[in-house]
Write a new protein. Sequence first.
Lengths: 497, 180
Amino acid sequence: MLSFDFLNSLAGLITPISLLIAVLGVALGIVLGALPGVSSTMALAILLPVTFTMDQSNAILFLMTIFVSSVFGGSVSAILINIPGTPAAIVTQFDGYPMSRSGRPGEALAYALFSSTAGGLLGLLILSMAAPLLVSVALEFKSPEFTMIAAFGLVLLAFSSSGSTIKGIIVGAIGLICGMVGFDMMTDVERFTFGGSALQSGIDVVPLTVGLFGLAEVLKNVADRSNKNISIPKITRILPPLKKLLSTWKVMIRGSVAGVFVGAIPAAGSAVAVAIAYANEVKLSKTPEKFGTGCAEGIVAPEAANSAGVGGSLIPMMTLGIPGDTITAVLMGALLVHGLRPGPMLFTSNPEFVTGVYAALFIALILTFIVGLLSLRWMAAVMRIPTRVMMVLIALLCIIGAFSIRSNIVDVYVMISFGCLGYIMNLLKIPVAPLAFGLILGPMLEENLRRTLMISRGSWEVFIDRPIALGLLVAIVLFILAPFIKPLIRRIRFSMA
Amino acid sequence: MVKLDSNEGNTQKHASSMKRSECFLDLWAGFFFILIAGIGWYSHIINERLATALIMGGDPGPAFLAKITLWIITLGGVGYLLKGSRCLSEIRLNIFLQEIAKHKVSFSFATSIGLLVVLVPITGFTVSAFLFSFLWLLWLSLGAGISRKGAILFSGAVSVAICIFLYIVFFYLLNIKLYG
């Protein structure tokens, strides 16, 4: 049934217009992902307004192609100039750059491309198998469980964000406040509008994410006026010997499995997945000393994990409505703009959307492979685009992106404010991502909490009476207390020793 | 042995400098959170309807979660302020101003974006975008060591290309009204 629906959705997306959109998305994704300083999150955030005039299926296709291709694009600069385009490509440069320096840049890129495609397809397969199982459990959830899931997601994402957990939780709370700006959905009372009309319609997720992940990065990079002379290798031979490529299939599978499962853990992210995949290969290798000198396995494992992580990160977003990382937070914001709220109900109310996402992901992976393979020789040219040109262009795209969501100039000021806020927070080493998570999960948390309390006539016992809600509550408390418990245990151990 | 002592000394110095830097970060984070909480509380207090919103049935009302989150931010801010308070005496205005000055380019860039948005209703988006990109590219190109003539030509050509690209994609193809 699923395979028939999948083929149906796939057929619906194989039209000249859709394929043109997909190819454009792939090309833009690879270019943006390859540019140092432009992450996949930023690429998605600044290109989001392009989808506003598209229908739902083409919009999802475009966003998926950018997501998948920018993940691969991140490895291009890691391999060619030793600067990862995206944080998850850091591990790829360990072996990718040495291979490139030894005169085999095309081969290194080809290893990355093949393993990225294989990992992505395996991730998609696991996503399509795991999601219905998780949804069948999630469909039994009622308001108390959803309250706890939203709170748990928020705490977990704050816990795993860079920097301190407590700071992450406080920033998550700021995100919750941002989600409350405007009219309260149940009583029509205004909140945090300062009595004016500018903020009555609330803070949209797009200006916030464009500001936090787009403009804040531009502000960080624009201060660097130096003209770096980077030597970019010439790409000659592309394909590695077939036998050599096929011999890495076990590494590809191990990397993909690590990627999809670690990627599925909210907030673990692909950066953790690639590190685990790489470390695992070093441990399993008979010649671990070769790692770091340009060995193929050192490229294949992290790239397969990185790409498989795309499918993994979509699991919590699609089944529970919790964004697994910043990229899926932006993606979720984009889906909300298109009137789609990911979560278990979507599987029953709009199953075409689910198969549409699978089909879009499949096309994105295949097209990234084809476009990537055809353009490998010219990829080095992307590195020659001066950073200052990209920064000015991205700043203008941020303005257009923030404005186009509701044709409201206030959104542009909101975007600039969050850009400055994100810049200051980066300086103070305060994690920014929980702000976006708070804004997205806040309405889900508040709505379900108040509904639960209305049904239980104000009794909080309902969260203890229901086992899943109680389990999540215990987990929340443990995660919050973890930063205090850890030093305490260390101190007790030290005093005992 | 001497080398070992020197290494130990360096490690101790490094650890102490790290601790000091962490202390300052905590202090500023505390100020930052308190400032945000202050803005939130101010908006909450001046909103009479929210302050008097009644608890209906079991619904704790629209102010309930808002107050909890504001308390989290406030207490967190106070906590970090206390944690970093031992550095309070080390704050010097001139050093603080020097630190701020390091970020003048970034904040000028953000301010110029704000000015661009103000200019849009007067000159239209294309002209404002051209001015913005030309001036910034010129300044950044001169900073990158390119000759004045080369920088002017480069900035002009790239700015025109950027404006044409944005106009075609966002106005002509996507009909975004920012240009209107």
